[in-house]
Each structure stands twice: as structure tokens, then as C-alpha cells.
Design a protein around this ligand. Structure first.
Ligand code: PEP
Ligand code: MG
Length: 572
């Protein structure tokens, strides 16, 4: 028996066989020519055969898939024998290229041509690049670079996953996620939480797990154990019994003394929003609009944007929906907004900053949000990501006013924003703490790096202090406004929409620090709600005080967990 320790990012215990995500394909060497023993005819025949194999595999897979995954697979299957692509490759073979290099270069040419056409055609460029990788894999006789298929449910082991991998991740097949890389705020972690899959990230060494062998994954403890025995089977049985206690949220976030704390959902589009509404979320605290357009090579049209946003608003009629404007860059590149050659994208032109490098996109997005809001009865708030200064907040508020959107807000993701929240809130109506980025910037630790997972922990007292500073800034802003006779005395809302809100113990700390709402993946709502109901505001404040005063993230976590017996009772 061997144990691998990582960071648990979603609770749950499961035993299942390991399936590894195939390694990413490397490009064939530039200029690779036909070897002396292969004629152009033979290479052409192998290429056509590889195309047909890929098409058949994708068509078969699509026939068993549903929803978005099915559509993605069907579109890619069609591309595999697309005459434009194959003809372009055969031309190159006839000029002496190897089959692999020919399809590689033909893929680049066809993708570039589609991008130049823009709109729907440009979107297809991704299918072309995906299919050419699959054809190269078939030519090499190695597994296609995709989530493996299996007749039985399995535990997916990968280096890390990208947001696009969700399209083909079937949660009835994948029963847990384990990654060697990624941190607790990485996209693998976000995907796992949104699908409700037990997950462990930053588990060094798991690449060596034997394919097909059973392992035990404990998403709460953050461990992966080989050769599971009776003890592990018993742990799974206990978990299954407790899990049913955490199935439902009744739609009202509150503490034991009746203090209300709105529990909202993080969503990436209409489908998520419908699921969030079915899970009784009180509203949407974060609509990640870039998720509606991931993979788009060109700016989405006004009509496409209105349709995407309206789909979300319609699921939450009469309720609050906080729309975040496009947050492109770093871990979420959008080719029409970000520069992929930047040396340090996390500190580069990302989020709100793209309004300077690509002016107009933000104003057009706000116009589309306003149109969609007019066509629905949701209470639409808008916020900008990566705001760093009060001047940026003022400029964003002015753009919102021009679009007719009257509840502008800012995300607090950069320490400078946390420390100047009083001035930010003088210029906008609310703030939302993006603790994923706030943690990476406070700790100077890339949120995608598994090796830095311990630093990248929202329990870090420095991060908690920045959250406290943000709330204190809101209180100071309210007092200052009253003294100027401007407004009533209530501080403007400061919510949390980072992954920290989905951790039931940390949710208690956030409540004690004075935040006004928590937004999370809908799957986390029942557990967070259940634990919040076991503490009064006074108890939450005391626990928050202990956490902020701790010397380390682990000390903060242990002190708070010791004060929350409900966690153990609920198996959290
Ligand atoms: C955050 O940074 O906490 C956040 C909610 O934004 P994202 O995870 O999309 O960067
Ligand atoms: Mg962020």
C-alpha cells in the first residue's frame, strides 16, 4: 500500500481504477520529410486511414455522449475526413513532407484561414487543430490526447486539466480527479467542485500509478492510496451514508442566530444557471462571462452575447445576478483580447486592463449585458475583474453608466484593491472578493502550480487580513459618506466569489470577517449552509479572529476546525 498526499479540493471518498490522461502530443519536427522507404502513395494511404479511424472513434463516442460533449465530438468527427484539410495535407506529402508533418502544417493553414473568415468559421479552427492532433496520434499509434474512454467508471489521473476538458468529461464515468499539478484554485479544482467530484490536486508522484489498478481517493483528506483494503471500503461506505445528509440546500443562507448571509452560485453560462436555480441558489454571485466564449477566436457578436447572458438571467428572474465582464488572460486566454507572447501573463494585460489594449470590447459587452437585462427581470449587477486602483473603478463605473447599468462593482483580487477598498467603494456600489487571485497575488504564487499549493491557500492569514481590510474599508466608506451627509450608514456589500466561499469552515470565517454574501459552485451550497447554521455571528467572529491571528494557514485551519464540531459530524 502506498499513499500520495496532495490537496483535497472536493470532499468525497471513492475507490476505482486509475485511467491516465494521455500526455500532450509533441509536434513532428519542422520540415520532417518522407523517409526513403515510404512513397507519397503509401503516406497518403496511411493519412486517409488515420482520418477514417479518428472519424469512426469520434462518431462512436458521440453516439454515447449527451449535451455539449456530444456536439463537440460530432463536430470534430466531421473534421477528421474534411476534404479541405486532407487535400491540403496530401499536397504537402506530394511535395515530400512526412504524413505527420503534412497534416500538422495543413491543420495550421486551414485553422489560420478559418480564423481570417471570423465568426462561426473562426470557432471551427479549434476543431481543426484538435482533429489534426488526433490524426497524428493515430499515425503514431499512441492514444488520442483526450480524456480516456472506458466502459467502467474510473479515476482520472492527469498532470492538470484545462477548462476545455470539461466538455468531454462525463461525470457518470469519471468518479474522481487526481492531478500531479494544479493548486486548490486551479481550473482542475474549479471543474471538480462544479461537477461535485472528489478531487485531489498537487499530488506529486501520481503519474506513476498503475493504469487500471484500484486506488482509494479521499477528497477531504487530500490523499490517494493504492491497494485499498477493508478500512478504505468501510470509509467509502461511511461517506456514502453521510453524503446524503448534504444533498439539498433549502434556499436560505443563515447563521444559528438568524443572521442572513446570501448563498449565491458561480456559473459559466445558461446551463450552469439552470442547475444553480435547481439547487436553490439565492442568486448568481459570479457569472464568468469568458466561460461563455472560451475557444472563440473572435469577439462574440452582440446577438450571441445577449443570448448567452439572457439565458442566465432567465434562470434567476426576480433575483440578483452579478455579471463579471470578460476576464481574459493568464489561465483564461481569449485570442481576441490577450497577447499570448507576454512573458508573465498573470501580471500582464488581463481582466479589466484589456480595455486599454483593446478598447471597445468592454463597452460593447456592457451594451449587450444591458440589452439582455432589459429583456429579463433579473436584478443585474456588473463587476470588472482585476481592478487595481480607484481610478480604474471610476472609469468602469462611467462605462456602466453609459450603457445604462446602474449597479457597477469591482472584484477585489489584487492586494492594492483590498487596501484601498474605501476609495473603490466611493466610486462603485459593491465589491466582490476574488480570493483565488487575491491569494496568488498576496502570496506571489502562481495558482496553477501544484508545487506552490501550500502558499496558494486562502487560509493564509495574510489573505484573511486582506479580506478584513476590504470589509473595514467598506465600513469606513459608509461612515465617511454619512459624515458628508451623502448616504445612509449601511456599508456597501462586500461578497466573496472565490473558491474560499465553498469551503464550509472558511465560510464561517468569512461570515465572521463581515462579508455580506458567499458565492460558490452550487454543489457546495448544502455543506456550506449546514455548517453556517451551527454558529452564531458572535462565534463566527471569534473564529475569524483566531484565524486572522494565526501564524500559518495550517494553524488557522486547525484552530477553526477545532471550534466547528459540525464538520466531523457531517463528514467534512
Ligand atoms: C477569483 O479570482 O477568485 C475569481 C473568482 O475569479 P477567477 O477564478 O475566474 O479568476
Ligand atoms: Mg480571478
Amino acid at each position: 500500500m502506498q499513499s500520495f498526499v496532495g490537496v483535497g479540493v472536493f470532499r468525497g471518498r471513492v475507490i476505482g481504477p486509475v485511467r491516465h490522461m494521455p500526455a500532450a502530443l509533441t509536434a513532428p519536427p519542422a520540415g520532417e520529410a518522407l523517409d526513403g522507404s515510404t512513397s507519397a502513395e503509401t503516406a497518403t494511404a496511411s493519412l486517409k486511414e488515420a482520418g477514417a479511424t479518428v472519424k469512426a472513434a469520434l462518431t462512436e463516442r458521440a453516439s454515447r455522449a449527451t449535451g455539449d460533449g456530444k456536439a463537440v465530438l460530432e463536430a470534430t468527427a466531421l473534421m477528421a475526413t474534411d476534404p479541405m484539410l486532407i487535400k491540403a495535407a496530401i499536397k504537402l506529402i506530394n511535395k515530400g513532407s512526412s504524413a505527420e508533418r503534412a497534416i500538422w502544417d495543413a491543420g495550421d493553414t486551414v485553422a489560420a484561414m478559418l480564423i481570417s473568415l471570423g465568426g462561426y468559421m473562426a470557432e471551427r479552427s479549434h476543431d481543426v487543430l484538435d482533429v489534426r492532433s488526433r490524426i497524428v496520434a493515430a499515425l503514431r499509434g499512441v492514444p488520442a490526447p483526450e480524456i480516456p474512454d472506458s466502459p467502467v467508471p474510473f479515476i482520472l489521473v492527469a498532470d492538470d486539466l484545462a477548462p476545455a476538458d470539461t466538455a468531454t468529461l462525463d461525470p457518470t464515468k469519471v468518479v474522481a480527479l487526481v492531478t500531479a499539478g494544479g493548486g486548490p484554485q486551479s481550473h482542475t479544482a474549479i471543474i471538480a467542485r462544479s461537477l461535485g467530484l472528489p478531487a485531489v490536486v498537487a499530488a506529486a508522484g501520481v503519474a506513476a500509478l498503475e493504469e487500471g489498478a484500484d486506488v482509494f481517493v479521499d477528497g477531504s483528506a487530500g490523499t490517494v492510496t493504492t491497494d485499498p483494503g477493508d478500512a478504505e471500503r468501510a470509509a467509502v461506505a461511511v461517506w456514502l451514508e453521510k453524503a446524503s445528509l448534504l444533498d439539498v440546500f433549502d434556499g436560505q443562507g443563515q447563521l444559528a442566530d438568524g443572521t442572513r448571509l446570501a448563498l449565491l452560485a458561480n456559473v459559466g453560462g445558461a446551463k450552469d444557471a439552470q442547475e444553480a436555480a435547481a439547487a436553490n441558489a439565492e442568486g448568481v454571485g459570479l457569472l464568468r462571462t469568458e466561460f461563455c466564449f472560451l475557444g472563440h477566436s473572435t469577439e462574440p457578436s452582440h446577438e450571441d452575447q445577449v443570448a448567452a447572458y439572457k439565458g442566465v438571467f432567465d434562470a434567476f428572474g426576480g433575483k440578483k445576478v452579478v455579471v463579471r465582464t470578460l476576464d481574459a488572460g493568464a489561465d483564461k486566454p481569449l485570442p481576441f483580447l490577450t497577447d499570448s507572447t507576454e512573458p508573465n501573463p498573470a501580471l500582464g494585460v488581463r481582466g479589466y486592463r484589456t480595455d486599454t489594449s483593446t478598447p471597445g470590447v468592454l463597452a460593447r459587452q456592457l451594451a449587450a449585458i444591458a440589452d439582455a437585462a432589459d429583456q429579463s427581470n433579473a436584478h443585474v449587477w456588473v463587476m470588472a475583474p482585476m481592478i487595481s486602483t480607484p481610478a480604474e473603478a471610476a472609469d468602469f463605473a462611467a462605462l456602466c453608466a453609459t450603457a445604462g447599468l446602474n449597479t457597477p462593482g469591482v472584484m477585489v483580487e489584487v492586494p492594492s484593491a483590498a487596501l484601498t477598498s474605501r476609495h473603490l467603494l466611493d466610486r462603485v456600489e459593491f465589491a466582490s472578493l476574488g480570493t483565488n487571485d487575491l491569494t496568488q497575488y498576496a502570496m506571489a504564487a502562481d495558482r496553477q502550480l501544484g508545487t506552490l499549493a501550500a502558499l496558494n491557500d486562502p487560509w493564509q492569514p495574510a489573505v484573511l487580513s486582506l479580506i478584513l481590510a476590504t470589509v473595514e474599508g467598506a465600513v469606513a466608506q459608509a461612515k465617511h459618506s454619512v459624515s458628508r451627509g451623502l448616504e445612509d450608514s449601511l456599508p456597501k456589500p462586500v461578497g466573496v466569489c472565490g473558491e474560499a466561499a465553498a469551503d464550509p469552515a472558511l465560510a464561517v470565517v468569512l461570515a465572521g470577517l463581515g462579508v455580506s454574501s458567499l458565492s460558490m459552485t452550487p454543489r457546495a451550497l448544502p455543506a456550506v449552509a449546514a455548517v453556517l447554521r451551527t454558529v452564531t455571528m458572535e462565534q463566527a467572529r471569534q473564529l475569524a479572529y483566531l484565524a486572522v491571528g494565526a501564524a500559518s494557514a495550517s494553524e488557522a485551519r486547525e484552530l477553526v476546525r477545532a471550534g466547528l464540531p459540525a464538520l466531523a459530524e457531517l463528514g467534512l
